[in-house]
Design a protein around this ligand. Structure first.
Ligand code: SIN
Length: 310
């Protein structure tokens, strides 16, 4: 028995969802069941050591906001600094989980485990996946040597930088792409296949409690027939940064490229990521627009926001 605490922070999601029928895995409302009730419904939860929980938010993660991120990061920092806390588990919706994971990794750079977990079926399902995911997340949070922000879903441990939701329905909805997962949770034990992630170069140089205004960074996609009209509209609104989800190895439709270069010349930060699910943009000397250093478009946006904040 470990006597250090695990803190479980609830933010909503399908894991806390309710449907009117136990056979309905899609027509439910997310974020209905409070974290205390969710945990009370999981047998043997506290067997490995003490747990405390706190409800940070109750939302469908498609509606994740900067205000919730700010509150979450502050509570994560607070508990990371407590000597009697071994690690933190966060229950979260699957839809923007990868953005929150990357945000917390860059903002908090935890040397203890911060484990984000979720579910693809609501709490009311005949066979919900949330309880097992929470138990697996607890096993990771209690693992000696675990550190950094990771996601745990369907028995797989993914690093914050690599994790991506890749399926809208399957219980095993996440992938770490080319990097592969960090490991697996099997019958409460961890089987690691690579090292815990090391702190990333891209990081926040700003204290979360001091953030009063978030920079506006938007994502634009390059596709057949793309134009620069959207870039001009955003410039007119005073956008601070743009991430382009480019084709293939970071290529951009010539009309969109022209508008992006104009925006860049006007002082707006522009970053190229690829819309391909796997791989990364391989830069070549003299590229007119910087690449995202391997980050997906949504994570490149978070990175650019944090950079602009600093
Ligand atoms: C959400 O992201 O909050 C809803 C979808 C899910 O958790 O799977």
């Amino acid at each position: 028995m470990n006597f250090k605490k695990i803190v479980i922070l609830g933010t909503g999601g399908t894991i806390a969802g309710r449907a009117s029928s136990a056979f309905d895995n899609v027509g439910y409302a997310a974020a209905q069941v409070g974290i205390a009730q969710l945990l009370a419904d999981i047998p043997s939860l506290a067997e490995g050591g003490p747990i405390i929980s706190e409800q940070i938010a109750q939302l469908d993660s498609k509606d994740m906001s900067f205000a919730v991120w700010q509150q979450l990061a502050q509570r994560v920092n607070y508990f990371l600094a407590c000597d009697d806390v071994q690690g933190i588990v966060i229950t979260h919706g699957t839809d923007t989980l990868e953005e929150t994971a990357y945000f917390l990794q860059a903002m908090c750079r935890p040397d203890k485990p911060v484990v984000i977990t979720c579910a693809m079926r609501p709490a009311t399902a005949l066979v919900p996946d949330g309880p097992q995911n929470v138990l697996d997340a607890l096993a990771v949070a209690r693992h000696a040597g675990a550190s950094g922000v990771v996601a745990v879903c369907a028995g797989t441990i993914h690093g914050a930088v690599d994790v991506q939701k890749v399926h809208p329905y399957k219980l095993d909805a996440f992938s770490s792409g080319d990097a592969g997962p960090i490991g697996y949770v099997e019958e409460g034990r961890l089987r690691l296949v690579r090292n815990w992630p090391v702190a990333q170069e891209q990081r926040a140089h700003v204290a979360i409690e001091k953030v009063a205004k978030w920079p506006r960074v938007e994502i634009i996609m390059s596709y057949a027939g793309a134009s620069g009209a959207i870039v001009q509209a955003l410039l007119d609104q005073g956008v601070d940064g743009l991430v382009v989800a480019a084709t293939g190895n970071g290529t951009v439709h010539q009309d969109l490229q022209h508008a992006l270069l104009k925006a860049q010349a006007a002082g707006v930060r522009v970053v190229r990521s690829t819309r391909c699910v796997n791989g990364r943009v391989l830069p070549v000397p003299g590229d007119a627009i910087a690449d995202s250093n391997g980050l997906s478009p949504v994570k490149a946006r978070v990175a650019l926001m944090l950079e602009l904040l600093a």
